[in-house]
Design a protein around this ligand. Structure first.
Ligand SMILES: [Zn+2]
Length: 307
């Protein structure tokens, strides 16, 4: 089997991995996204990196296909990028088709949370499970649902907007217009905001997680509150879908049990005992490699899985 390339297209960085026939990342590249430069510039710079990876010694054989995880709304059939707030220069462009034409290789593209979920499902914390819900905590909170091996898209491709599940109707106002969304407690900026409110010190969400691990009591309280909100969302999802494996990804997940312990406690409190007793809430096993491996998996299929 020929190697493929998995690409994690992010708001500030693009990470590429050359993935061999045994699903191992054997070479990597990383460049700035610089999306303001526009579609042509981003495509040309990705193409240069794909060609550089193809020329590396572990490749030897020709690249078979390329897979991409992109943030924000995408059309999973055409591979068009829709309105991406964090990628202004390449919003509303036929991204997949443009890259495919430039590379003369099959290119598959899907939403980044779904792509990372595929990575965890096939190679990480969801291995050997038939179904799994992946919740990624970053600038926002996104989710991807895999049921009996297939991603669920919903009727208009918007399944997985779990960051905007209301976990407290009297909670803080969310940028989406609603109130008490999971995202207002558990996203990176929310952690930063809650920490700043208690200490008057502004640090990133990932830094809050690091400080919690180092023993900072305020950071631990902020994470515990995020974990409780996460557990309420998990309880509702588990009660509705009866899926038993939840995987939490994103930088904040590195806080491990400081986040997941309170999440498990609140899952137990807000769901049937028979349900919560079987639900496993795990931290991502693949970390930053999940989107690259998931994109590579998608590339091998050369088509988008539709539920
Ligand atoms: Zn919201």
């Amino acid at each position: 089997m020929s190697p493929v390339i998995g690409i994690d297209l992010g708001g500030s960085k693009i990470a590429l991995g050359l993935v061999d026939a045994r699903d191992r990342i054997v070479a990597r590249r990383r460049i700035d996204t610089d999306s303001e430069a526009g579609l042509k510039s981003v495509i040309e710079r990705i193409a240069a990196e794909v060609e550089a990876l193809g020329a590396t010694r572990p490749a030897r054989q020709a690249i078979e296909a390329v897979g991409i995880g992109a943030p924000g709304p995408v059309d999973p059939v055409s591979g068009d990028l829709l309105t991406l707030v964090n990628l202004p220069g390449i919003s509303n462009t036929p991204f997949r088709r443009a890259l495919q034409e430039r590379l003369a290789l099959p290119v598959a593209l899907d939403h980044d949370a779904k792509v990372a979920a595929l990575g965890e499902f096939h190679f990480g914390a969801g291995r050997e499970r038939e179904s799994m819900i992946y919740i990624v905590i970053g600038t926002g909170v996104g989710a991807a649902i895999i049921y009996q091996g297939r991603l669920i898209y919903g009727e208009r491709n918007s399944a997985g907007e779990s960051g905007h599940m209301t976990v407290d109707p009297n909670g803080p106002r969310c940028h989406c217009g609603s109130r008490g969304c999971l995202e207002t407690y558990a996203s990176g900026p929310a952690l930063a905001r809650h920490y700043a409110a208690a200490t008057c010190e502004t640090i990133s969400g990932a830094e809050v997680a690091k400080r919690a691990l180092a023993g900072d009591g305020t950071a631990r309280d902020v994470l515990a509150s995020a974990g409780r909100a996460l557990g309420i969302a998990i309880a509702s999802l588990a009660m509705t879908l009866n899926i038993e494996q939840f995987v939490i990804g994103g930088g904040v997940a590195q806080a491990g049990d400081l986040l997941l312990g309170p999440a498990r406690a609140s899952l137990k409190r807000y769901s049937f005992k028979a349900v919560s007793a079987r639900v496993r809430v795990s931290a991502s096993a693949m970390g930053q490699d999940a989107p690259i491996l998931g994109a590579a998996w998608l590339a091998r299929r050369k088509r988008i899985e539709r539920a």
